[in-house]
Design a protein around this ligand. Structure first.
Ligand SMILES: [Zn+2]
Length: 202
């Protein structure tokens, strides 16, 4: 496993980024691409865009993917097996991993994008450099939506509902005003559109 090439995708509302890394032991990028998600064209179109990206990576690297890892908005609900809470709403309600495995013919592992960001920073990014002894790391994404990922001793905490670390609808300040979730002053309303991310030790 340590020496296999790693194929990974980041699926967002506007673009899909793909990369091939040399191996887990040597995580240098061999090639990377970016294509539009075109989520407005529907769920099956996104499946097609993922297949197209995988083919681009395979052709450019000359390597055969054994499996595919994907960071995506929302969560694969551990109880129902379908995506929920994705702001790319066409993904919601679908067994995205199963549909991709049928199309691609290889195992597909999904993870929430904020969790991917948090664990990457915790293990290979800012944390080892700045706070090598940090045991609990909370990664924060403030973008089109607000996300968060919680990593304890190097492992992502997902929780029973798959939404641990999702702090977007926690109350922060009344100045945020009413939120689409029905509450008011949510983190999501206060930070919407700020477009930055950070890591904190908690
Ligand atoms: Zn809210």
């Amino acid at each position: 496993m340590q020496n296999l090439p790693l194929f990974g995708l980041d699926i967002g509302g506007t673009k899909i980024e793909g990369v091939v890394l040399e191996s887990r032991a040597k995580p240098q990028p061999i090639c990377r691409f970016r294509i539009p998600t075109e989520a407005n064209l529907g769920y099956q179109h996104i499946i097609g865009q993922v297949a197209k990206m995988l083919e681009m990576l395979r052709a450019e690297s000359g390597l055969k993917p054994q499996q595919l890892g994907i960071g995506h908005p929302g969560t694969l609900d551990p109880n129902t097996g379908v995506i929920k809470n994705a702001n790319t709403t066409v993904l919601n309600g679908h067994p995205f991993n199963k549909d991709l495995e049928t199309r691609l013919g290889i195992p597909v592992r999904l993870a929430n994008d904020a969790n991917c960001f948090a664990v990457a920073e915790a293990l290979m990014g800012a944390v080892p450099e700045v706070m090598p002894n940090a045991e609990v790391v909370f990664g924060v994404i403030l973008g089109t939506g607000v996300g968060g990922g919680l990593v304890v001793r190097g492992k992502v905490i997902t929780g029973r509902q798959g939404i641990a670390g999702e702090w977007r609808h926690n109350f922060l300040d009344d100045s945020g005003g009413p939120c689409y979730c029905g509450h008011s002053g949510c983190v999501e309303k206060l930070f919407q559109g700020q477009h930055w991310s950070t890591i904190m030790q908690v």
